[in-house]
Design a protein around this ligand. Structure first.
Ligand code: KG4
Ligand code: ZN
Length: 333
C-alpha cells in the first residue's frame, strides 16, 4: 500500500510517500524557520499563509522524488491535531480534497502518535512494551506503549515543553530561533556543571515535568550576572541544557523501571539533541536499558511518520469522512 503523508501542524509543510508503513520513497520538508526567526517564535497567521503557498509544490515534489504516478497512491494520511488550527486546516483540507477526488481513503493522524511511529521507520526498532518520550516545542510527554495502538500517558509537562524552554532561553540571550540546535552547539565548549540550575522532579513517583522554574532561574542568572559575551552565553547554554537532560533522562529511566521495560524511544525535535541521546544512553546502559531514536531528519516534524501511522489506521478501517475536523489539543491514551 502506498500512502501519501501530509504534515502541517506547526511551521513545517511536509509530504512523504511511504510504502507498506515502512519504506520511505520520499520525504519533503519545507521549513518556515527563516520567516519565524525574526519574531523569536512561530507566528500562527504567517504559518497558515505559508502552508497554503507550500502545500501543492511540496506534495508534487514528494510524488516526483518517489518516482510514482498520482494513480499509484492508495491512501492519504494527514495530521489532524494537536497543533495550530489554521496550520492544521491547510494540510487536512488538502488531504480531504485529494482523497475525495481520487476516491481513496483518508486517515486523520494524531501528531503525537506519528512522532512515536518515527521509531518504527528505523532498522533498529524498540520492542513492545516500551517507554516513549515525545519531546518538542509543544510537548514533553512520556508514554507506556504496549502495541501499535495503545499509548498510555504516564506524564506530561505542567507548563513549558522542553523545546519551548530551549527556545525561550535562546531568545533571552538573543541567539535566534529555534533555540535547541543553537544552544546545543554553544554548549559543547563549556563545562555543564559550572552553573547550578534547578532540576525540578515534582512529587515522588510523578512522571510529569515542569520547566518554568528552570527558565526563571536562567533569566535571573542572566540578569544578575549581566551575561553578554559569547563565552558567558555558552556557559549558560551548557548548564541549562544539562539541567533539562538530567530531568528528562531520570524520569525516563524511572518510568522504564516502574513499567519494567528495557526499551526507551525518544522522539520529537529535542530528541535530535546528541548530547541528550548520548547521556541518556550512558545512564540507561548501567540499568540494562536500550535507547532508540529516529534519524535526525525524522526527529522533527515530517510527513513520513504521519504516513506510517496512517498506514496502520487505514488497515484497521479507521478512516475520516469529509465532515471530520482538525483539533488543537488532545491527549492520547
Ligand atoms: O518536533 P518539532 O520539530 O516541532 C514541534 O512539534 O514542536 O520540535 C521543535 C523543537 C524546537 O523547540 C527546537 O528548539 C527543538 O525542537 N530542537 C532541539 C534541537 N533541535 C530542535 N532542542 C534541543 N536540541 C536540539 N538539537
Ligand atoms: Zn512535532
Amino acid at each position: 500500500m502506498i500512502v501519501l503523508g501530509i504534515e502541517s501542524s506547526c511551521d513545517e509543510t511536509a509530504a512523504a510517500i511511504v510504502q507498506d508503513g515502512k519504506n520511505i520513497l520520499s520525504s519533503v520538508i519545507a521549513s518556515q524557520v527563516d520567516v519565524h526567526n525574526k519574531y523569536g517564535g512561530v507566528v500562527p497567521e504567517l504559518a497558515s499563509r505559508m502552508h497554503i503557498e507550500a502545500i501543492v509544490p511540496v506534495v508534487d515534489e514528494a510524488i516526483n522524488k518517489a518516482n510514482i504516478k498520482l494513480q499509484d497512491i492508495d491512501a492519504v494520511a494527514a495530521t489532524r491535531g494537536p497543533g495550530l488550527i489554521g496550520a492544521l486546516l491547510v494540510g487536512f483540507c488538502f488531504a480531504k480534497s485529494f482523497a475525495w477526488a481520487r476516491h481513496i481513503p483518508l486517515a486523520g493522524v494524531n501528531h503525537l502518535e506519528a512522532h512515536i511511529y518515527s521509531l518504527f521507520l528505523m532498522d533498529k526498532k524498540p520492542a513492545f512494551p516500551f517507554i516513549a518520550l515525545v519531546v518538542s516545542g509543544g510537548h514533553t510527554n512520556i508514554y507506556h506503549v504496549t502495541s501499535y495502538d495503545h499509548f498510555e500517558l504516564l506524564g506530561q509537562t505542567r507548563d513549558d515543553a522542553a523545546g519551548e524552554a530551549f527556545d525561550k532561553v535562546a531568545k533571552m540571550m538573543g541567539l535566534g530561533y529555534p533555540g535547541g540546535p543553537i544552544i546545543e552547539i554553544l554548549a559543547k565548549t563549556k563545562d555543564p556543571g559550572a552553573i547550578s540550575f534547578p532540576r525540578t522532579m515534582l512529587e515522588k513517583g510523578s512522571f510529569d515535568f515542569s520547566f518554568s522554574g528552570l527558565k526563571s532561574s536562567v533569566a535571573r542568572y542572566i540578569h544578575n550576572n549581566k551575561v553578554s559575551s559569547e563565552d558567558e552565553k555558552a556557559q549558560v547554554a551548557a548548564s541549562f541544557q544539562e539541567a533539562v537532560i538530567d530531568v528528562l533522562s531520570q524520569k525516563l529511566i524511572n518510568a522504564a523501571q516502574y513499567k519494567k521495560c528495557n526499551h526507551i524511544g525518544i522522539t520529537g525535535g529535542v530528541s535530535a539533541n546528541k548530547t541528550f541521546a548520548d547521556k541518556l544512553s550512558r545512564k540507561a546502559k548501567s540499568k540494562k536499558i536500550d535507547i532508540f531514536a529516529p534519524s535526525v531528519d525524522l526527529c522533527g516534524d515530517n510527513a513520513a511518520m504521519v504516513a506510517a501511522r496512517g498506514y496502520t489506521m487505514i488497515q484497521q478501517g479507521n478512516t475520516c469522512l469529509l465532515d471530520h475536523d482538525v483539533f488543537s489539543r488532545t491527549r492520547i491514551d
